[in-house]
Write a protein that binds this ligand. Structure first.
Ligand code: HEM
Length: 184
């Protein structure tokens, strides 16, 4: 919601897709999700820039493991910096910009197979809530923007929105988003 309110043209585009595919003012059903590629791209772009667990869960190397000219010794604790991968300019064009379009027509998925985008982690520790989240997020976000238009609180404009994040095992916004819903 924060990125969409900060990028009103992207919000309009997501709403236009919803209005066309679902119909203005309607909630979204699970079966509609696969017909909303731009909404899916918005979610992927949000995961890329704002991964909930920026270092995933810590892992421990089971054996000496050579990788990229280094050796990770047996027993070492390993953190995967998903936040840095998401903003790596050798992987992404304009990495700091919110550009959902980069995922349109792309095969990159969030299910742990494409290592440039692993917001749910991967391997045996992959998030067990992924199947639930993959359904709930488009249903919630899509319904919120298909049923309401949104206005920022008084005095706040897209350019001065507070984007600060509170780092921890799980990241949160430092200051909650305050937005006013206006029924469509
Ligand atoms: C946007 C939604 C969510 C995101 C981005 C997310 C992300 C993650 C990540 C990155 C991990 C660590 C995976 C790794 O290190 O490889 C994790 C673990 C976990 N997640 Fe989620 N999660 C989400 C929703 C959920 C939901 C809805 C549930 C439960 C209903 C859930 C339950 C868990 C549990 C129990 C673990 C720990 C698994 C373990 O001990 O190995 N998550 N999640």
């Amino acid at each position: 919601m924060t990125e969409l309110l900060r990028n009103p043209e992207k919000l309009s585009r997501a709403q236009a897709e919803l209005h066309q595919v679902i119909g203005k003012g309607k909630t979204i059903e699970e079966a509609d999700i696969s017909r909303l590629p731009y909404l899916e791209a918005v979610l992927k772009e949000t995961f890329r820039l704002h991964p909930i667990a920026p270092l995933l869960l810590p892992r421990k190397s089971g054996e000496d493991f050579p990788i990229g000219g280094f050796t990770i010794p047996k027993g070492a604790q390993v953190y995967i910096n998903v936040f840095a991968i998401g903003r790596d300019p050798s992987i992404w064009d304009d990495p700091d910009k919110f550009v959902p379009d980069r995922f349109l027509g792309s095969d990159i998925d969030v299910r742990g197979q494409n290592f440039e985008l692993v917001p749910f982690g991967g391997g045996r520790r992959i998030c067990p809530g992924l199947p639930l989240a993959a359904r709930m997020l488009p249903l919630m976000l899509g319904s919120l923007i298909n049923i309401f238009n949104w206005k920022l609180e008084d005095g706040v404009i897209p350019e001065n929105m507070n984007m600060e994040e509170k780092f921890g095992l799980a990241v949160q916004k430092a200051q909650s988003l305050k937005a006013v819903p206006i029924p469509i």
